[in-house]
Design a protein around this ligand. Structure first.
Ligand SMILES: [Fe+2]
Ligand SMILES: [Fe+2]
Length: 187
């Protein structure tokens, strides 16, 4: 079973036991759905939103229709990468150590999520590099369409990896919250 981030289509079925018990469309109505979980899911939505904005800006630049591309790209990408690194750090150090003790059936799921974070680190590096290449061209007063085309390819790939990770992570974490209602403050 191929469960690496770059090729995975979904989580292996045996790691979806709780996801099947708690389908996504019933999460927010459940009595154990709490504010912290809502906040955490909102962070994921925010990452998807900013990712989309970066892609739209790059596409507009390629279409000759983004006069403020360099400052917007720098701002969105800097914010996105900083926030994502912070988010991973909180998950690695505070969330996952609590959640991976709750249900022995899902132990393997946390190995997958941990590996995802390492894989995303490499993609974060690639995204920063391609973004900087575009910004350097523009700041030097040159046309950056070739570099922006390469960046869009990397952004589109990143969107795929990000969505895969966020979707699977949500399918692991939220059902654990609903089943076990862990006390995140007291743990
Ligand atoms: Fe994560
Ligand atoms: Fe996350």
């Amino acid at each position: 079973m191929d469960d690496t981030l770059d090729t995975r289509k979904k989580l292996p079925e045996h790691l979806r036991v709780l996801a099947l018990k708690y389908p996504r469309d019933g999460w927010v109505q459940h009595s154990n759905f709490d504010e912290l979980t809502r906040f955490w899911l909102d962070r994921h939505l925010m990452f998807r939103d900013v990712m989309g904005r970066m892609q739209v800006q790059t596409q507009k630049y390629l279409d000759g229709n983004a006069p403020r591309y360099a400052p917007e790209l720098a701002r969105y990408t800097g914010f996105f990468l900083n926030q994502l690194k912070g988010h991973h750090s909180i998950e690695d150090h505070h969330y996952f150590p609590v959640f991976n003790k709750l249900d022995g059936r899902l132990e393997r799921a946390f190995e997958i999520l941990d590996r995802d974070h390492h894989a995303l680190d490499a993609h974060i590096h690639g995204l920063a590099e391609k973004t900087n290449a575009v910004l350097e061209q523009i700041h030097a007063g040159r046309d950056a369409k070739v570099a922006a085309g390469a960046l869009l390819t990397v952004q589109n790939g990143f969107e795929g990896f990000l969505n895969r990770h966020l979707f699977d992570e949500e399918e692991i974490i939220v059902p654990l919250v609903l089943e076990y209602a862990p006390d995140m403050n007291g743990s």
